[in-house]
Design a protein around this ligand. Structure first.
Ligand code: DGY
Length: 328
């Protein structure tokens, strides 16, 4: 008897994608949206040949040890810091992610956070709803201009470049960036973006946006020291991963009056939120939704599904992270 490979999907997903997967695989899913206890997650993963994971599903050494039949984890995310990639490669488990399909949507949201933060939109709405608006004032909830100001982008991959394009072309901003590798001159000139040292970026930017991958090396790359280097009144926007910022130092920098505000879509230890963050006014906090439009999340889900289908049908993948696993 020819048995279908088993795929485990620990979190709810698009019904049409699950249906698609069911025509190829035996699918264990969690459409009931139950928060899965770790031991259940490991037990279900251990019965599986493949998984469709999200950025919150850990694939670490312990899980890999417990899951001898696992051959592929298709992440429905471009980031993959939830994967122990080296461990997966050693264990012969293929890792895939979902680049490209979310670039523009995520850049849109980064820009929305920048605008909301610089123009104090969330704080203004609370002010109005709390019926504090008594009369027009010359400086009522006055923010900082976005157009014509300087944006510093840390991490200049696909999403960073899409943000840079919005900033320079749409808002006439001066764009500076810091990245391990400098972009080719033609790309820099098309984006009107200039590479600078991190210290210069922090000192010169009116708004700093984090768009770089999270790893042990980039853990808390923005701490008290870096925040102190930022321009007084500047804004910090994070659409990458929460662990890039020391959140307590960030709160201190806002409460001391040094920072003008910040906007975070990602948090260290999410979905738990550092309670100090929740007490602040001049901030915008959103629950990791930068890529969340129906169109884009469906593309991400389908790309993860395509990777699973391609792997089990042809031992290939569309967006592999450790393609060496596929070598004979
Ligand atoms: C990503 O794709 O890495 C996003 O953060 C997931 O929502």
């Amino acid at each position: 008897m020819n048995t279908k490979p088993k795929i485990y999907i620990p979190r709810p997903n698009f019904p049409q994608v699950i249906e698609r997967l069911q025509s190829h695989f035996e699918v264990i899913h969690n459409q009931a949206d139950e928060v899965v206890l770790h031991e259940h997650y490991v037990a279900k993963a251990a019965q599986s040949d493949g998984m469709l994971t999200t950025g919150s599903d850990l694939i670490n050494e312990a899980l890999l040890k417990a899951c001898g039949s696992l051959k592929i984890c298709a992440n429905m995310a471009v980031g993959f810091n939830n994967f122990d990639l080296e461990g997966m490669t050693r264990a012969g488990v293929l890792a895939t992610n979902t680049p490209d399909v979310l670039t523009q949507t995520t850049a849109d949201f980064g820009f929305a956070l920048l605008m909301a933060c610089a123009r104090r939109m969330v704080e203004s709405e609370h002010f109005l709803r709390d019926q504090q608006w008594k009369q027009w004032r010359f400086d009522l909830l006055a923010g900082h201009d976005v157009h014509g100001s300087t944006l510093g982008i840390i991490g200049m991959g696909r999403i960073g470049q899409a943000v840079a394009k919005r900033a320079s072309k749409g808002f006439d901003m001066k764009v500076i960036y810091h990245n391990r590798t400098q972009l080719p001159a033609a790309t820099e000139s098309a984006l009107e973006a200039t590479w600078v040292e991190l210290a210069d970026l922090l000192a010169q930017s009116d708004h700093v946006m984090l768009v770089l991958p999270y790893s042990a090396q980039s853990h808390h790359m923005i701490g008290a020291r870096e925040l102190a280097m930022m321009k007084p009144g500047a804004h910090l926007i994070n659409i990458a991963r929460g662990g890039l910022i020391d959140e307590d130092a960030l709160v201190d920098a806002l409460q001391s009056g040094h920072l003008g505000g910040f906007a975070l879509d990602v948090f260290e230890g999410e979905p738990k939120i550092n309670p100090r963050l929740l007490t602040l006014k001049r901030v915008v906090l959103t629950p990791h939704i930068a890529s969340s439009t129906i169109q884009t999340r469906l593309k991400m889900s389908n790309l993860a599904a395509d990777n699973l289908i391609e792997f089990f049908a042809h031992r290939k993948a569309i967006t592999p992270l450790n393609p060496q696993v596929l070598e004979p």
